[in-house]
Design a protein around this ligand. Structure first.
Ligand SMILES: Cc1cc2nc3c(=O)[nH]c(=O)nc-3n(C[C@H](O)[C@H](O)[C@H](O)COP(=O)(O)O)c2cc1C
Length: 366
């Protein structure tokens, strides 16, 4: 079988089975109602990826509680019955084409820039986040100074993830859960040495800094049971620090992926700017390869500039089971069909995301 045929073949690992190896990467589009319900526009937007042949669709990051988790205005949530129900038509739309619907659940922590429940932010430590708020999500200027989250609040965060996972499966009907452990949001703030200077069990060593992610995975698993896929997204780079690398390189990768494997994840979704590049500089393995090495029983989902099919084939050969496409899917919601038919792919046009990153009518017509 050629690598291209392999991309279009069904795959199965544990309790996760997809009709091909193409997924849509999670993308925040700030198109929910102000009170966090999924809208009809979102339903139409997500359905067309499934119609276009993607075997798996991961939603944008969905906030998990009515305290500090919300990151953006018009971000969807799954914190109560009304929000959870609003996802039902969207999930059905994806599933009606034989695709899996995965809910990405997230807590924005110190880089929250829009939250209708709180006007303060929390983070592992009271350290000013790097960078600027994102203008295309209605942000401006720098981030607020967060307060150090207490152990009691950490317990609430874990409960928020677990309850949201349960609502996503039981009420909304999602096929699986992706915990957002990447890109600079709360769980990644715990993992990152310079945003976490705690001296308790959640700070210090890499084992301690990955502990909250492990506890969230276990709590979500306990609520949804062993039959529902539960995974986590992991990255080095952050929305407010593109070039961050884990200080101890492969030794950190071994601890991080090993701990998540031990926690019982079904999949690990790794993202790098270019997924095929060495993780820690020339001559080192890719993050995909390291995830596969240290979490051999987890399905590995790879993301990062993989609309280039030759690169997608290379990361499959390197150990990934599924690839997810972000910008390339915005330009080509029917990318898997185009590949099967050997048609040309459209170039991604960044204008889709400006001035605000909300879903445009022009996209729905693609
Ligand atoms: C508009 C936009 C919104 C995004 N929102 C999220 C998000 O909610 N959660 C997440 O984990 N990643 C998010 N990402 C990152 C993408 O999932 C993906 O990692 C990134 O686009 C790189 O993949 P690509 O090269 O295929 O575009 C977002 C990316 C874009 C372009």
């Amino acid at each position: 079988m050629t690598a291209r045929q392999k991309l279009l073949e069904a795959t199965r690992s544990g309790n996760l089975a997809t009709k091909n190896r193409f997924g849509v990467a999670p993308m925040t589009r700030v198109t929910a109602t102000e009170d966090g319900r999924a809208t009809e526009t979102m339903t139409r937007y997500y359905e067309r990826f499934a119609r276009g042949g993607f075997g798996l669709v991961v939603t944008e990051g969905i906030y998990t509680d009515q305290a500090h988790s919300q990151g953006y205005v018009f971000q969807p949530g799954i914190t109560d019955e009304a929000q959870a129900r609003s996802w039902q038509p969207l999930v059905k739309g994806i599933q009606s084409h034989g695709s899996l619907a995965i809910a990405q659940i997230m807590h924005a922590g110190g880089i929250s820039q829009g939250n209708r429940f709180r006007d303060t932010t929390v983070a592992p430590s009271a350290i000013l986040p790097k960078g600027q708020q994102m203008a295309f999500y209605y942000g401006k200027d720098g981030y607020a100074m967060p307060t150090e989250i207490t152990e009691a609040q950490i317990a609430e965060v874990i409960k928020g993830f677990a309850d949201s996972a349960a609502r996503a499966v039981e009420i909304a009907g999602f096929d699986g859960i992706e915990i957002h452990g990447a890109n600079g949001y709360l769980l990644d703030q715990f993992l990152t040495n310079y945003t976490n200077t705690r001296t308790d069990q959640y700070g210090g060593s890499t084992e301690n800094r990955i502990r909250l992610a492990v506890e969230v995975v276990k709590a979500a698993r306990a609520r949804v049971g062993s039959g529902v896929p539960v995974g986590i997204r992991i990255s080095q780079a952050k929305v407010n620090d593109y070039h961050h690398k884990w200080a101890n390189g492969e030794a950190d990768a071994a601890i991080i992926f090993g701990a998540l494997a031990e926690a019982g994840v079904d999949f690990i979704h790794v993202t790098e700017f270019e997924a095929w590049q060495p993780a820690f500089g020339e001559g080192t393995p890719t993050l995909v390869h390291l995830a596969k090495t240290y979490a051999p029983n987890a399905l590995i989902i790879a993301n990062g500039s993989l609309h280039d099919t030759e690169k997608a084939e290379a990361v499959i050969a390197d150990g990934a089971d599924i690839v997810t496409i972000g910008r390339g899917a915005l330009a080509n919601p029917d990318l898997p069909i185009r590949l099967a038919e050997a048609s040309e792919l459209r170039e991604f046009d960044p204008a889709i995301l400006g001035p605000i990153a909300d879903i445009k009518d022009s996209e729905l017509a693609l």
